[in-house]
Design a protein around this ligand. Structure first.
Ligand code: ADP
Ligand code: MG
Ligand code: ZN
Length: 417
């Protein structure tokens, strides 16, 4: 109805101060407003919060948000309060008195968004108390926590599968940045009982040129790539501490400002190297996957994977550290079938369930599929996440489409199947 449309626009501008939706947000907001069970998959920073906060404010009344961590809840509540939204969190980090006082305000209808940990929500007392109130919506943030295929499964999230029966008439929306199909399907099954509209968006980073090269002589390949980009900040990922040290030493010996980063270094050295990378221009960070979480440097111009990551999620996350300023950036991966074979061996030796191994093996297959792609690499990457790619032009395959089909290579691909 036009009334809701106008209210939606008005809240977007007045409460959040945004003049437009980011890619994907509007579809999710509309589905939630229409009462459709919805799973929204968007990368970190894409703006998932708005996808439930805005509908909650349009519905009015009280909405519940499930979040796994006290710190995440407090951040969101503080941000909302600054925007003039009556948001609160009830959690174990607060005194009993504080929690009771907040509950009184909730019961009096004075709170719009109430943040809770899953174990708090799913107590019989809380559910009984909430059932006496009218809820606008229930949002499950960090919804991958319900999936055993996710990277941070939380037992408490499993109980949330009862929500759709406890609140059958309340719109339910789940949000996550973890996009692979196994996890997505698992969330839809466990949280929604198999029925949900799934939206995937915001994964494209069109300013990052994506390329893959055969790994022949990695030391030389790394050096020539980095040398050709001297003066630019970049990250070189290697699989092991030993390789990080070797590569950093070799680059340094060649007169390039390269620093190592891995968990085997002392906290002081790691901290100092990270500080230098952030503060100075033109430093190359040679690192294991230990580097990058929470690093906010907007002008990283390239990410070079000298060894293949084990999953496209990891790859995507790591290349996403380049070009945050929106300026052109590059991601190059040095691919070798031997690296993949090593990863497969590790997988076989892992003490995990056959099911888990199968999921991990499929993730590795997808990585190989991406590296050996003869069609647009961005399309393969986004397709893996469930998002459709628009015109690319910024990958090695689009730039130099294969002219002749290499029969032996195709035969290899077929043999693998
Ligand atoms: P996510 O949960 O997906 O990681 P957040 O919801 O925390 O992301 O949002 C990330 C940032 O994007 C926040 O600073 C938020 O204010 C901003 N943001 C969200 N939606 C919009 C929009 N439509 N226009 C501009 N900025 C937005
Ligand atoms: Mg979030
Ligand atoms: Zn392309």
């Amino acid at each position: 109805p036009p009334g809701i449309e106008a209210l939606k626009r008005a809240r977007l501008a007045e409460v959040f101060g945004f003049d437009r939706f980011r890619p994907g947000q509007q579809d999710v907001v509309d589905a939630v407003l229409a009462g459709v069970p919805t799973l929204a998959v968007m990368p970190t920073g894409a703006g998932k919060s708005l996808c439930y906060q805005l509908p909650a404010l349009v519905f009015g009344g009280l909405s519940i948000v499930i979040s796994p961590l006290i710190a995440l809840m407090d951040d969101q509540v503080n941000a909302l309060k600054l925007q003039g939204v009556a948001a609160e969190a009830i959690h174990s980090g607060k005194s009993r008195e504080d929690n009771v006082a907040i509950w009184r305000r909730v019961a009096a209808g004075e709170v719009s968004l109430l943040y809770l940990a899953p174990e708090r929500l799913m107590t019989e007392r809380m559910l009984a108390a909430l059932s006496r109130l009218t809820l606008g919506l229930v949002a499950v943030d960090e919804a991958h926590c319900i999936s055993q295929w996710g990277h941070s499964f939380r037992n408490e999230y499993l109980g949330l599968g009862r929500l759709r029966e406890i609140f059958p008439n309340v719109p339910l929306v789940a949000l996550t940045a973890t996009a692979d199909k196994a996890t997505r399907d698992d969330i839809v099954e466990r949280l929604f009982g198999g029925q949900a509209r799934v939206f995937v968006s915001g994964f494209d980073r069109p300013n990052i040129f994506i390329g893959v090269e055969d790994k022949k002589d990695p030391a030389r390949q790394i050096e020539s790539f980095v040398r050709a980009r001297e003066g630019l900040s970049g990250i070189v990922y290697r699989i092991s501490r030993k390789k990080v040290d070797e590569t950093a030493e070799r680059l340094s010996a060649a007169g390039i400002r390269a620093l190592p980063y891995h968990a085997g270094l002392s906290t002081e050295v790691r901290g100092a190297n990270q500080e230098t990378f952030l503060a100075e221009d033109g430093v190359v960070m040679v690192a294991t996957v230990a580097f990058g979480m929470g690093i906010d440097k907007s002008d990283v111009r390239y990410v070079l994977h000298a060894d293949s990551p084990g999953t496209l999620e990891a790859y995507y996350q790591e290349i996403g550290r380049a070009g945050r300023d929106g300026q052109p950036a590059e991601a190059l991966l040095l691919y070798s079938a031997g690296d993949i074979a090593t990863r497969r061996r590790f997988l076989d030796e892992e003490p995990s369930s056959p099911e888990r191994k199968m999921v991990e093996a499929r993730r590795l297959d997808a990585m190989v599929g991406f590296c050996e792609a003869v069609t647009c690499r961005r399309a393969v990457l986004l397709g893996y996440f469930g998002e459709r790619a628009k015109a690319c032009g910024a990958c090695d395959v689009c730039r130099d489409p294969p002219k002749v089909v290499d029969a032996s290579r195709d035969a290899q691909l077929v043999l693998r199947i």
